[in-house]
Design a protein around this ligand. Structure first.
Ligand code: NAD
Length: 486
């Protein structure tokens, strides 16, 4: 095995776990690179006890003191971008360039958390003569973070830095498919001086998630993953009277008009559908072609074909996911959809390891069949094309989707772009951009079945999720200067 066996990280130590273990394989080659324990409620309990014990001292520090540790952590991550990216590349499969970009995004997220002392300052106002009201952000206590496989470093950085900057202690579960990167995160936080117990990792699958939702000492649960699991987690955590923010899956629609810039639109959409092999919740999924956009589609097919598996196109996370994608493509073909680019077969000149879980870019055209494109999320390098006669019709198609993560307009017409931005039912809108991820200090979060719970998971919006407001009203005035409201 290339990496040591994955361990839980509890109270500042990697702790051996005698539970059943499962293999972690690399999608690049199919080789087993490590094993991960399937932890139980009692492991979660140990981590929660450690976090609970660390909470009084950690929450008692000023937020400036806490942010100093995050500054140091940020520096350590910066010095280790390449080595972190190499692990992400190996266990998730994404290309080195994509993995480096992921770590860079984690750095940006940590920088935002470093700014918590500047932005989570609360308010103060003399509300009546001699009477002052002030509000402050108080931490919740022990909180939990559950993560998917597709960004093993960045998605944990959506939650952990902000949660701990605000004074919480956290228990985190990485995806059991990509748990190695998280161990490095623990090592680096410890190296930065984070006190023991503030950050803990419990590895595993469903049982750990259920324990997070049920444990009486966990106050808040964040989740990022597929919609069916997001719904289970949201229901279970809130039924136990916890706050919960659960981000789910996506099927992102791009409304494309004939006046869109041909080269830029085609290369942007190709990069969006193929980057990370389409395993991004912000990936371009569906083009709604308004009128004749065939020149853009032809160019898109050309651009997508440049994503050669094993060179620019990474593998799919698992053999099973690859099989599911192939089944989806086969079904679409059987229903009469046309395959403009067929990723099931790729050329002899590709350098992909035959044992890796590769699939080439695939473009499915539904425009000339009566069959309806399925509404389900596909989560792979599969892009679908449907059509609409007008922007209004395109918007109504987008509204029928159960999801609402992202939607984009590709046009040179500002009024149409604005109309799409105002009327699309999605949390993140792109204008001539295929991956409209808002950058800090803006927050990340979709609508509809792409997110359950109030507020967003990053940026300013997340501060409310990881804290509660304390309001202090005080009177230090002499009696003679106060009025009847004082
Ligand atoms: P997943 O839902 O299978 O797993 C997510 C987490 O839930 C993992 O830690 C997993 O161990 C756990 N889990 C899986 N099944 C469970 C169950 N039955 N009960 C309790 N816990 C369970 O998701 P994934 O395959 O790891 O990630 C891909 C999905 O995540 C896609 O649907 C993608 O769109 C979504 N995603 C969404 C966002 C967003 O911002 N909305 C971001 C990244 C990924």
């Amino acid at each position: 095995m290339k990496y040591q066996e994955v361990k839980n990280f509890i109270n500042g130590e990697f702790s051996p776990c005698t539970n059943k273990r499962i293999d972690v394989d690399s999608p690049l080659t199919g080789e087993i690179i490590s094993t991960v324990p399937l932890s139980t409620y009692s492991d979660v309990d140990k981590a929660v006890i450690a976090a609970k014990n660390a909470f009084p001292a950690w929450s008692g520090m000023t937020s400036k003191m806490r942010s100093q540790i995050l500054y140091t952590y940020r520096q350590i991550v910066e010095q280790n971008v390449e080595s972190l990216a190499a692990i992400i590349h190996e266990e998730n499969g994404k290309t080195m360039d994509e993995a480096i970009a992921e770590v860079r995004k984690s750095i940006e997220l940590t920088e935002f958390a470093c700014s918590v002392p500047q932005i989570a300052t609360g308010e103060v106002l003399e509300v009546s003569v001699g009477v002052e009201c002030r509000s402050e952000f108080a931490p919740l206590g022990v909180v939990a973070s559950i993560n998917p496989f597709n960004f093993p470093h960045m998605v944990p950085h959506w939650t952990v830095p902000n949660a701990i900057a605000l004074g919480n202690c956290i228990v985190m579960k990485p995806s059991e498919l990509t748990p190695v990167t998280a161990m490095k995160m623990a090592e680096m936080l410890k190296q930065a001086g984070l006190p023991d117990g503030v950050f803990n990792i419990v590895n595993g699958a469903k049982e750990v998630v259920e324990a997070f939702c049920d444990h009486p000492d966990i106050k808040a649960v964040s989740f990022v993953g597929s919609t069916p699991v997001a719904q289970i987690v949201y229901r279970r955590a809130t039924s136990n009277l916890k706050r919960c923010l659960a981000l789910g899956g996506a099927k992102n629609h791009l409304i494309v008009l004939p006046d869109a810039n041909l080269e830029l639109s085609a290369s942007d959409i190709a990069a969006s559908m193929c980057g990370s092999a389409g395993q991004r919740c912000m990936a371009a999924s569906v083009m709604i072609a308004v009128g004749n956009v065939n020149p853009i589609i032809d160019r898109l097919c050309l651009e997508a074909s440049k994503f050669i598996p094993g060179v620019k196109m990474p593998p799919i996370i698992s053999r099973q996911s690859r099989e599911n994608l192939i089944k989806y493509i086969n079904d679409a073909e059987l229903k009469g959809a046309k395959l403009l680019v067929d990723g099931r077969k790729f050329g002899a000149d590709d350098t992909a390891d035959p044992n890796g879980y590769y699939l080439g870019p695939t473009i499915i055209d539904w425009r000339e069949t009566d069959a309806k494109m399925p509404e389900s999320e596909v989560f792979g390098p599969v892009f679908e094309i449907i059509s609409a006669k007008s922007v209004e019709e395109a918007l109504s198609i987008q509204h029928e989707s159960p999801f609402g993560n992202a939607a984009s307009a590709f046009t040179q017409n500002g009024a149409i772009a604005k109309m799409v931005a105002q009327n699309a039912s999605a949390g993140m809108i792109g204008i001539n951009i295929g991956v409209p991820v808002p950058r800090e200090p803006f927050s990340f979060g979709g609508w509809n079945a792409s997110k359950f719970g109030a507020g967003d998971i990053t940026g300013r919006s997340s501060l409310g999720f990881w804290s509660q407001l304390k309001k202090v009203t005080s009177k230090w005035a002499k009696q003679e200067i106060t009025d009847w409201m004082s």
